[in-house]
Design a protein around this ligand. Structure first.
Ligand SMILES: [Zn+2]
Length: 324
């Protein structure tokens, strides 16, 4: 999609880089500029400066610099079009998409609306499961037994989906809402080809929310507490969740990837969380699929070096990656 340069210029003249950066970095006024800890390299005293007059950021430590668009690309892992759309959305500007017909534009708007609704539904389920974790001594004991602190559990938003077929009915009074099916939270089994029975997909499982790079909840992984099978259960593919594109833990790890200079790609959510607990917050996991070129491309937006750490069984990685 080609975005006219005139639009980019207008966009940059209307957004405020201080506000954009300030959502991610704590900034303090220092003279004409704002200063903060650089999000691109590890440091203890601020050398990252944001200029409201030049609409530019610059780090005196590592030399990183740019405008509001490049900040979202470099720090939030968005591509150019995503960054432009994000900024335009924030100030209520419509990105011109000349090559699209009105019908296509309408369809795209409906699609965006649907995606926003789905992530809201998923977020609500995740919140309920986080509360239920606190109320389940057995689930808490399981996580403690795996060596996880409460702080790590909070950082990853872990929850617990209790046993029972209709646990989510208490969270979503309209349990027959098609959105619950579409978001993958509920399964509909058809009996005799007509009568439908609905039930929760995730039951008696530790719940790992899967976030996109913007931090929105797009699905879940659920792990059993014992030896039942399947050990791991993922949300199905939905309009917001594409396993071949998403990586578990990328949102949580994005800052650590820059500091460590590499990413560790593992096979399971528990690996990612356990590694973070052990002091390796720079791990992510594929979601029960082989590692795709799209995964690797996404990782290279955050780091130059990708290290695979698989069990070495038959389900090992199906693609390699060279670090730069
Ligand atoms: Zn820096």
């Amino acid at each position: 999609m080609a975005i006219p340069q005139s639009f980019i210029t207008e966009l940059l003249s209307r957004v405020d880089v201080v506000e954009v950066v300030g959502r991610y970095v704590q900034l303090k006024k220092g003279g004409a500029n704002f200063m903060g800890l650089c999000p691109f390299h590890g440091e203890k005293s601020p050398s990252f400066s944001v200029s409201p007059t030049k609409q530019f950021y610059h780090c005196f430590g590592c030399g990183k610099n740019g405008n509001a668009i490049s900040f979202l690309m470099d720090h939030a892992g968005m591509n150019f079009v995503e960054a432009v759309k994000e900024l335009a959305g924030q100030i209520g500007l419509q990105v011109p998409e000349e090559e699209r017909s009105p019908q296509e534009r309408e369809r795209a708007a409906a699609e965006r609306q649907k995606q926003a609704t789905l992530t809201d539904v998923l977020e609500k389920a995740g919140e309920a499961w986080r509360k239920q974790l606190k109320g389940s001594p057995r689930a808490v004991a399981y996580l403690k037994g795996r060596g996880l602190s409460g702080e790590i559990a909070r950082r990853f938003g872990l929850g617990y989906a209790p046993d029972g077929w209709h646990g989510l009915a208490s969270v979503f009074p309209a349990y027959d809402d098609p959105l619950l099916l579409e978001s993958g939270l509920v399964i509909v089994a058809t009996e005799d080809g007509s009568e439908a029975r609905r039930y929760d997909r995730f039951r008696d499982r530790i719940m790992f929310p899967i976030r996109n790079v913007k931090g929105e909840c797009i699905g879940f992984g659920g792990r059993v507490l014992g030896d039942e099978k399947p050990k791991y259960l993922n949300s199905p593919e939905t309009p917001v969740f594409h396993k071949g594109r998403e990586l578990y833990g990328l949102y949580e790890a994005r800052q650590a990837l820059r500091e460590a200079g590499y990413v560790l790609v593992t096979e399971g959510y528990m690996d990612v969380v356990a590694l973070a607990q052990l002091g390796f917050p720079n791990a992510v996991a594929t979601l029960g699929t082989a590692c795709t070129p799209e995964h690797v491309q996404k990782l290279f937006r955050f780091t130059d070096s990708v290290v695979f750490s698989f069990d070495g069984d038959a389900a090992g990685p199906a693609c390699g990656a060279q670090g730069a």
